[in-house]
Ligand binder design. Sequence first.
Ligand code: PLP
Length: 388
Amino acid sequence: MESKRLVYLDNAATTPVKPEVLEAMIPYFTEMFGNPSSLYAAGQNSKDAIRNAREQVAALIGAKPAEIFFTGSGTEADNWAFIGAAMWKRPKGRHVITTAIEHHALINSGKYLEKEGFDVTYLPVDPDGLVRPEELEAAMRDDTTIVSIMYANNEIGTLEPIAELCAIARERGALFHTDAVQALGNVPLDVKKLGIDMMSLSAHKIYGPKGVGALYVRKGVSLPNYIHGGGQEAGRRAGTENLAGIVGFGKAAELAGRNLDAHIKKMRELRDYFVERVKNEITDIRINGSLESRLPGNVNITFKYIEGEAIMMLLDMAGVAVSTGSACSSASLAPSHVLDAIGVPVEEIHGSIRFTLGDYTTKEDLDYALDALKAAVTKLRGISSLSK
Ligand code: PLP
């Protein structure tokens, strides 16, 4: 029986594990299962595999291997960096800064810090989704200890002016953290050039396995240990390592680095083709977020007068996977805080869809998705009381 076609346009949610990545991982579940802390050969082989993965991940962001600490997710890395730094620096000050458009891993860490007595500033963004450096400048105080601003937004793909923002924070004596989960493997990253103190990463957005992340911590930043136990991850994040997962992250990082230029070129071409066709063939739409400073494979579109959930469901029935402008935890129908922050009216937020392309996306996929999209929009506008 022929399996149903799947056109997967939700690569910002997660990506499939590449065959080369899986191949690299498999032996570490079976014959090469030694505990990396064991001193005999089988353990040391595992330790070497983790060392190799650390080098591979470090290379993708211009870090030194000793500055990479593996975690259980990008969310964990965000929590560790933001809450850990705020608690550590509490004697110096209780003011921390992040933005209104962060992933919930940061927003909810901010809410937690508020409950702990911190003063948290959530910087606004302009209508393109960009943080204005002068806003950060104005928000900085003598008691500001950490600034956390995402590298690339997960909903609208905007790339923030990180070099400038980082320079402002550091000049005023605060630490600078960036959530680069969406940027990794999609744009060149260089922590040294930017002077970043901490950067969060995740494997499953770059064709690696789920449940593995990493936090880059610049040498000299004495961020307190996150999980207390044995000596794993230099004692900073204890617990027997997710060996196969870490090996997979390393391999995925190596492939992403090798493929970066071609990936960016291909994503841009396909994304621009898709956007042009949507603009020409569907009326009453709006593209959300900056078109210039944007991840190459991301497009977020509002289809006026209809519900994004209904479009998503019709596309799903046609075998096309996308996500909506509701909260990124798609189980919730709360309007997206990101689209709200860029000033999209609430009824239009509900009509928004995120399309994110990936290495396996083809032009034929996009043609198929466009046909399904046009049919869905026509059908829903036909029955919408809001439609003209
Ligand atoms: N930060 C951003 C910008 C993300 O897009 C995501 C995942 O969607 C995360 C953090 C969380 O990463 P993980 O799924 O590894 O916890």
